[in-house]
Design a protein around this ligand. Structure first.
Ligand SMILES: [Mg+2]
Length: 368
């Protein structure tokens, strides 16, 4: 295949409710969409999961635009590609910027599957016809608010609840949840809010029978996490610390975690995601697919990836209506009794809605 034209769009979509991070709250989600068109006029789609502020990692919408415009798109335009695995080799001379790289790579995978006339899930080697949906709930004003949300999502059938924790919003909150929902599959994501100084508190979380605690320590650490995992029963899951197959290999060797959250953007694409998935399977570590408040395009990629067999634990992938009044794909992603049906149409299996995309586009540029 040859990408003869690429359209890069900067979108701004209003979420149903504000999202709170250490930088504060935001409700308008800004992100980049990349449409890659091949010499037969077929389009493949990729989404950048970088946020407009560098709270999750160092990449932003703006740094992604720069990387794509000045380096990644020129490196791939009009180049003959026989398989999407080649994209990471083409980009290998560029350090990091994984989310920017993944934006192009995701579009190439979609296009590759469309050219073959198979679903993206099938192109990746996935077998599942449906995947379990999980929900991620941010820090709320009150514990009561949180309990009400959990109750609602449990009634919708979501297979696991993930809550965000931080110092001051942890033991007390989890105790209340367990009192009200003793059986609900529950996990806690700390987004690096603790250090080894908090080890007693982290040990105290063992009593809540959590499926895992996600990224309790520093975002660039695997050494302290190994020490922590030896001290606590709750399985440690790494998110921010794992950027590549090599990071995963080292974390497994050190015993830094028992579970890995794979985010396609964080590790630079679907090819690397699959390599990490296979490595974890060899070592008996289950994986799951993390979410970044994606629009339907990114969500579709997550669904396809989750069809691989070692995605044993429910991920962050929820229905479109969890975040959006109106998504940019048709049909929208729907959760029924906690399950999402994997589309079997070619590529990502959902149709991008050009009218809706246009409505949310702030700026676009074509490259030929
Ligand atoms: Mg996380």
């Amino acid at each position: 295949m040859k990408l003869t034209k690429i359209i890069l769009r900067h979108l701004k979509m209003r979420m149903k409710s504000p999202f709170t991070t250490s930088f504060g709250s935001f409700q308008d989600k800004e992100f980049l969409l990349l449409e890659a068109i091949d010499d037969n006029g077929l389009s493949g789609w990729g989404e950048s999961v970088a946020f407009h502020i560098p709270w999750y990692n160092e990449e932003t919408v703006k740094t992604n635009w720069h990387m794509l415009e000045d380096f990644l798109i020129p490196a791939i335009l009009n180049k003959e590609i026989s398989h999407p695995d080649e994209v990471s080799d083409i980009f290998s001379y560029i350090r990091k910027n994984n989310m920017a790289k993944s934006t192009v790579e995701g579009a190439v995978w979609d296009l590759y599957a469309k050219e073959k006339g198979i679903s993206l899930a099938a192109a990746l080697g996935g077998q599942k016809e449906e995947i379990e949906a999980g929900i991620s709930i941010g820090i709320q004003e009150t514990v009561e608010d949180l309990l009400r949300l959990i109750d609602g999502y449990a009634n919708e059938g979501y297979k696991r609840m993930k809550i965000k924790i931080k110092p001051g919003w942890d033991v007390k909150v989890l105790r209340e949840i367990r009192k009200r929902f003793p059986e609900v599959p529950l996990m806690a994501d700390a987004n690096s809010a603790y250090t080894l100084e908090d080890i007693d508190l982290l040990k105290a979380l063992d009593e809540f029978d959590l499926m895992m605690i996600e990224q309790p320590l520093a975002s660039d650490d695997i050494v302290d996490h190994a020490r922590l995992q030896k001290e606590i029963k709750t399985p440690v899951c790494l998110d921010e610390s794992i950027h590549s197959y090599e990071d995963a290999r080292k974390a497994i060797e050190l015993g830094s975690c028992k579970i890995i959250n794979i985010k396609i953007g964080r590790v630079g694409g679907l090819t690397e995601s699959k390599r990490i998935h296979n490595l974890c399977r060899e070592h008996g570590l289950p994986v799951w697919c993390g979410g970044m408040l994606e629009s339907g395009i990114g969500r579709a990629h997550n669904i396809a990836l989750t069809t691989l067999d070692n995605f044993i634990l429910p991920g962050d992938t929820a229905g479109s209506s969890r975040y959006w009044e109106r998504d940019i794909i048709e049909p929208e992603v729907v959760v029924e009794n906690g399950w999402i049906k994997v589309p079997d149409k070619p590529g990502i299996g959902y149709e991008p809605n050009y009218d809706t995309i246009k409505e949310f586009t702030v700026f676009e540029k074509s490259f030929t």
